[in-house]
Design a protein around this ligand. Structure first.
Ligand code: PMP
Ligand code: GLN
Length: 392
């Protein structure tokens, strides 16, 4: 094994999903929906397969229909115009987009400032690029400890500024944020943008949960902030937005020079992927606003159900403003080690969750936090809550 990868082992998601199967537990670990996306979009995939669209290598940058649809979606939602030929690239999920962007834009020795806890593939891809990650820890707000409504993880802007050095090449941002459910505010994003401009940094922003922002808030793409259009690579995914995580269709948008660099790396990773599914996702992106609103409302209701259930079961619950996930603090249950807690949870309660510590360099800072996914059917969430209540 390449030494730069030695520290990573098997991803926590594979480990925990295998544990869920082995113990027949409810899997609130790995974030994938247990209901597939829209029927009409599945039909679109079947049609593409049957009509022979995408069964052979699609064009390297992605099929034109999908690149047009990605551009139209960004324009419609955010007023961000992109040339589908030079500013949009289709990837094998957001995972490949992250890998290709980091491999394309980093040189050995470069520093990458990333929000901690960070999605696991960031650290591995930074390492594969020979670069160094510099984590900026999101801090739990102090707020009153009254269950569901009040606590968040927040970005300390002074810590962010202090993390940038002469070797910093890029900022790696994720909003809405996995695993904390934090959605960066307009002020925080504006400060990130100012810092990037002032220090002339590139920005890679993972916005795969752009449609999962709750309580009437709106998603604010970093690329819409002053000075960001030309220095930002934005990453999206059909897996999250349309509940087809197995299709592995993602995309990158940004200025031509950046997208062209990412494409150079991407062509030697998968070259191309997901031919017929690309046509189906093009149709999905053109679904009416009612689809997106319904999806969001549905996920918000699931969030509410799980958040109140976890609070009743004795967890301290952080507000999830976006994503599929709720982060909890297990200390009110008399526990302090999220790893040990998650390893024992299947036996104790028949539920699988993810220890947030795996997303930290400062493991101690993440030790008492545990992540639960709520992208599951109502009855599954209800049953999980019943089981978790037995812990108290
Ligand atoms: N980024 C984040 C923050 C994610 O949570 C995920 C999926 N869990 C991905 C990227 C990967 O997305 P995809 O499945 O499209 O590769
Ligand atoms: N993004 C999903 C999560 O955070 C997992 C995806 C994966 O297993 N790579 O749970």
């Amino acid at each position: 094994l390449n030494r730069s990868l030695a520290e990573f082992g098997t991803t926590i998601f594979a480990e925990m999903s295998a544990l869920a199967l082995r113990t027949e537990s409810i899997n609130l670990g790995q974030g994938f929906p247990d209901t597939d996306g829209p029927e009409e979009i599945r039909e679109a995939a079947v049609r593409a397969l049957r009509d022979g669209r995408g069964n052979q290598y699609p064009p390297g940058p992605g099929v034109p229909e999908l690149r047009l649809a990605v551009a139209a979606h960004q324009e419609r939602l955010y007023g961000l115009a992109h040339d589908p030929d030079t500013e949009v690239l289709v990837t094998a999920g957001a995972t490949e987009a992250i890998a290709a962007a980091l491999l394309a834009l980093l040189e050995p020795g470069d520093e990458v400032v990333a929000l901690e806890p960070y999605y696991d593939s960031y650290a591995a891809c930074i390492a594969m690029a020979g670069a160094r990650r510099v984590p900026v820890t999101l801090r739990p707000s102090r707020g009153p400890r009254d269950g569901v409504a009040n606590r968040h993880f927040r970005l300390d802007l002074d810590e962010l500024r202090a993390a940038v050095t002469d070797r910093t090449r890029l900022l790696l941002i994720n909003t809405p944020h996995n695993p904390t459910g934090t959605v960066l505010t307009r002020e925080e994003l504006a400060a990130v943008a100012e810092l990037a401009v002032e220090r002339d940094l590139l920005v890679v922003t993972d916005e795969v949960y752009e449609h999962l922002v709750f309580d009437g808030a709106e998603h604010l793409p970093l690329a819409t902030f002053p000075g960001m259009r030309e220095r930002t690579v934005t990453i999206g995914s059909a897996g999250k937005t349309f509940s087809f995580t197995g299709w592995k269709v993602g995309w990158v948008t940004g200025a031509p020079a950046l997208v062209s660099a990412v494409r150079s790396a991407k062509q030697f990773l998968t070259y191309v992927a997901s031919g017929p599914f690309q046509y189906a996702v093009a149709e999905a992106l053109a679904l009416p606003g009612t689809y997106f609103a319904g999806f969001r409302a549905d996920m918000q209701a699931k969030r509410d159900l799980l958040a109140s259930g976890l609070a009743e079961a004795g967890f301290e619950v952080f507000t999830s403003a976006g994503t599929y996930f709720i982060t909890t603090d297990i200390r009110p249950l008399g526990e302090s080690d999220g790893f040990a807690f998650c390893r024992a949870l299947p036996e104790r309660a028949g539920v699988v969750a993810i220890p947030n510590a795996v997303f930290y360099d400062h493991r101690d800072a993440g030790a008492p936090f545990v992540r639960f996914a709520f992208c599951k059917r109502t009855e599954v969430l209800q049953e999980a809550v019943q089981r978790l209540k037995r812990l108290a």
